[in-house]
Design a protein around this ligand. Structure first.
Ligand code: ADE
Length: 269
């Protein structure tokens, strides 16, 4: 039986969503997570924006433990590696039985979280947000039997480092994909200017007060001139990207004005 985070659980932890009284309807996207540590997934998904998406009925998260599918009375899910060596390796039988028990559309993606996989980025998040069901297989301990790879339609990595398991990568993807589902974020407009949405890093934002400890909010943001504000924001995004992630500028769609601004910026260096 999968453990499902109920809308009720989510409700208990998010007063803001309660206040907004969003309608409950069939979830647009269900995440299925195969993990030896369901409580890690459940705890995170009860809170934050994802909890609110569940409460709103837009998202569902179900976790499944391979341990429930172990064949022996000790519920053993790992064993020593063939050929010798240190550590234990996740066995294929409980993992296969667990993944095969999941009720999901047969063509839906099955993501295996591994450092060898395709690097996760915003464009993959956008692609995944069009799915109705996404299954994650989280490895753990020292490794998994290589035959488990055949269960996956895609291997995904969070970055060039090794974590102790796939749960944090799965949660990261749930978070990045879940927030793209309409109705999960309060205001869809908040997606419009954020980092990576247009291939650039986001520029600075400010709120009141206009001056704090001698640090002053740029005059243009207080001018009420929307065109000037848009131009300022675009230039700050270009500048931030140029300084911190110049590689992103190679792929970002840039206008003639953007290119002229960047040329000026380079000359200033
Ligand atoms: N499992 C362990 N390390 C990982 C990483 N960097 N990305 C995805 N899954 C992992």
């Amino acid at each position: 039986m999968p453990d499902e985070i109920s809308a009720e659980d989510a409700q208990n932890t998010d007063k803001q969503a309660e206040n907004e009284g969003q309608a409950t309807e069939g979830a647009a996207l269900t995440f299925h997570v195969v993990t030896l540590f369901p409580e890690m997934i459940e705890l995170y998904c009860r809170t934050s924006i994802i909890g609110r998406g569940i409460k709103a009925g837009r998202l569902a998260v179900k976790s499944y433990s391979p341990r429930d599918f172990a064949l022996d009375k000790y519920r053993k899910v790992d064993d020593t590696p063939y050929g010798g060596g240190a550590g234990m390796v996740l066995k294929p039988e409980p993992m296969f039985a667990c993944v095969e028990s999941i009720k999901r559309p047969p063509q839906s993606p099955v993501l295996l979280m591994t450092p060898q996989g395709r690097p996760f980025d915003q464009s993959l998040a956008a692609q995944l947000s069009a799915e109705t069901d996404i299954t994650f297989i989280c490895g753990h301990y020292e490794g998994f039997d290589d035959r488990i790879r055949s269960l996956a339609t895609m291997e995904v990595s969070l970055g060039d480092y090794v974590l102790t398991g796939g749960e944090l990568p799965a949660l990261t993807i749930i978070d990045a994909v879940g927030r793209l589902i309409p109705g999960v974020l309060g205001k869809m407009v908040s997606l419009a200017h954020e980092s990576f949405n247009d291939g650039l890093l986001e520029g600075p934002q400010y709120t009141k007060p206009a001056e704090f400890r001698g640090m002053v909010v740029p005059e243009v943001l207080r001018s009420g001139d929307h065109q000037a504000v848009d131009r300022w924001r675009r230039e700050r995004a270009l500048e931030e990207t140029f300084r911190n992630r110049p590689d992103l500028l190679e792929k970002a769609p840039l206008s003639k004005t953007d290119k002229e601004f960047l040329a000026k910026l380079k000359k200033q260096l």
